[in-house]
Design a protein around this ligand. Sequence first.
Ligand code: ZN
Length: 210
Amino acid sequence: MIHEILPTGMLQCNCSIFGDEASKEAIVVDPGDGEDLDALRGVLARHGLKVKAIVITHSHIDHIGAAAKLKASTGAPVYMNENDQELYDHLDVQAQWLGMRSVETTDIDVAARDGDTLALGDAKFEILHTPGHTQGSLCLFEPGQNLLVAGDTLFRDSIGRTDLPGGDGRQILRSIHQKLLVLPEETRVICGHGPETTIGRERERNPFLR
Ligand SMILES: [Zn+2]
């Protein structure tokens, strides 16, 4: 499977592009704030990929801002957990906080729920609802490759902030312990920002999880 990680925008949100070599279908996770949409389109074009799903780990503008434009140009449906709809409805507030221009928004096409799966070739991405950073935060786990896309829930040596609207410090710890730390320790974790890590490493060394 093709997997490219593209840090995008002012806050360098890690966008993941998964592509199936045989069908040339792609899943884009967190397309970013829109600033680096050309770079994202370049990656898709380089591999000859056609986007079949745009998955949003949570409705913060640095992750979801580009969703409307990417959907308009690819026709791909947008997947998001419905508990983040209110945040998405007020994305202009986040733009103001960050001193960014407001971005276009779009309808969410598919409500991504805990336990749902998304197939891409032989790969099967499982949606894990992991509230805490926001109420609709989700992670994607692909068991065949032991790969987790963690959004802003789990970072190398850190966890997602919970001081923004919709955040809950106890809930994020519960989500991480119950849904993420139970995964195989060799699981590669692609974080929403910064370097990747593994479940085993964070289980042992993450100071927030002691
Ligand atoms: Zn976030």
